[in-house]
Design a protein around this ligand. Structure first.
Ligand code: COA
Length: 336
């Protein structure tokens, strides 16, 4: 804190970008041995959006960020930290996608870096923004979740290809001295002993790019779906109950429960165990699929654009992803 004055971090705005092209379950019926009935019953997904060949993660992130910055009533030059959560960066090693986004937005001479926490990346990013702001180091942090997941999907593997989509969401997290606007709490955790549940084996120092790597398809996402599913339900239910209890917040005090959109059965299992009503629970998985780090900000943007999310509404976020990583957050929406 600076000058002994309490400073809080608040979510001042939200924005998103959804690519135009849609892949429906009927499209997948022509590509792999699957059916609309199986996909809807097991996942709740009906369609997902896919970026164009020449539309990259940074391009989608820039479009979402421009909306978020404009809705915050700020100029691009007011942003003093850019965090991009992604596992599908423009380039796998360097530069970071956050650096490319900063350049495209004309944001110069500010810190910019990527966060690699898979589907939990946006909430991890929020926790970093909160710490930077509360310590007095930054004033307006752009937190982005952006994924071109289609770039690491094997469209011949029916167990994964039907799940994922592309998109981007962004939020401006700003300093405030109004405690009512403050992010209340964020829990973020990881357990690397489950690393092989969800991974892309290449490229990396274990499997550098080579013809063999490509022939074996190691550049594609691999998932132990059923094991991941069970652990996600167990971990999320426990984590969300803990954050509510710790902050003495009742389920009835939550206006919007915004879970990571991976599978409707996970959303329902966690929501039911909390006794969260369908009106409180935000659901977008049917139209976007799993967009990894972009999933939560895209969902928040949906309820904002539908006119449901208002200044002061309390949100409960929860997410789970590769690593394994998971996170939950309680915060009011402080955008106008
Ligand atoms: N169409 C038809 N059948 C399919 C299929 C598809 N797209 N994908 C898998 N199957 C088959 C399997 O081959 C298997 O067949 P078998 O019994 O003959 O071997 C059967 O369906 C059951 O597979 P299983 O993996 O046990 O299904 P599931 O009920 O666990 O559903 C997922 C699969 C992927 C939808 C589910 O496990 C899931 O959502 N997992 C978690 C995803 C997630 O949260 N990811 C991490 C966070 S981002």
């Amino acid at each position: 804190m600076t000058d002994n004055k309490l400073q809080y971090a608040s979510m001042r705005s939200i924005g998103a970008y959804i690519p135009e092209k849609i892949l429906t379950n009927a499209d997948f019926e022509k590509m792999v041995d699957t059916s609309d009935e199986w996909i809807v019953k097991r996942t709740g997904i009906k369609e997902r959006h896919i970026a164009k060949d020449n539309e990259y993660t940074s391009d989608m992130a820039v479009k979402a960020s421009e909306i978020a910055i404009q809705r915050a009533g700020l100029e691009n030059s007011d942003i003093d930290l850019v965090i991009c959560a992604t596992v599908t960066p423009d380039y796998f090693n360097m530069p970071s996608t956050a650096c490319i986004i900063s350049a495209k937005l004309g944001i110069k001479n500010v810190q910019a870096f990527d966060v690699s926490a898979a589907c939990s990346g946006f909430v991890y990013g929020l926790s970093i923004a909160k710490a930077f702001i509360e310590s007095g180091m930054k004033k307006n942090v752009l937190v982005i979740g952006a994924e071109k997941f289609s770039s690491i999907v094997d469209y011949s593997d029916r167990s994964t290809c039907i799940l994922f989509g592309d998109g981007a969401g962004a939020a401006v997290i700003s300093v405030t001295d109004d405690k009512n606007e403050a992010i209340i709490d964020i829990h973020a955790s990881a357990d690397g002993s489950y690393a092989d549940f969800l991974m892309t084996p290449a490229p990396g120092s274990v499997n550098p790019a080579s013809c063999e790597v490509i022939e074996q398809g190691l550049q594609y996402v691999k998932m132990k779906g059923n094991e991941t599913f069970k652990l996600a339900v167990k971990t999320l239910t426990k984590d969300v109950k803990e954050i509510l209890k710790k902050n003495k917040i009742a389920v009835e005090d939550i206006d919007f429960f915004v879970p990571h959109q991976a599978n409707y059965r996970i959303i329902k299992a966690v929501g039911d165990s909390l006794k969260m009503s369908p009106e409180q629970t935000v659901k977008t998985v049917h139209k976007y699929g799993n967009t990894s780090a972009a999933s939560i900000p895209m969902a928040i943007n949906d309820i904002y654009e539908e006119g449901k999310l208002k200044y002061g509404d309390t949100m409960l976020l929860d997410t789970f992803g590769g690593g394994l990583t998971w996170a939950s957050a309680i915060l009011p929406f402080a955008g106008k």
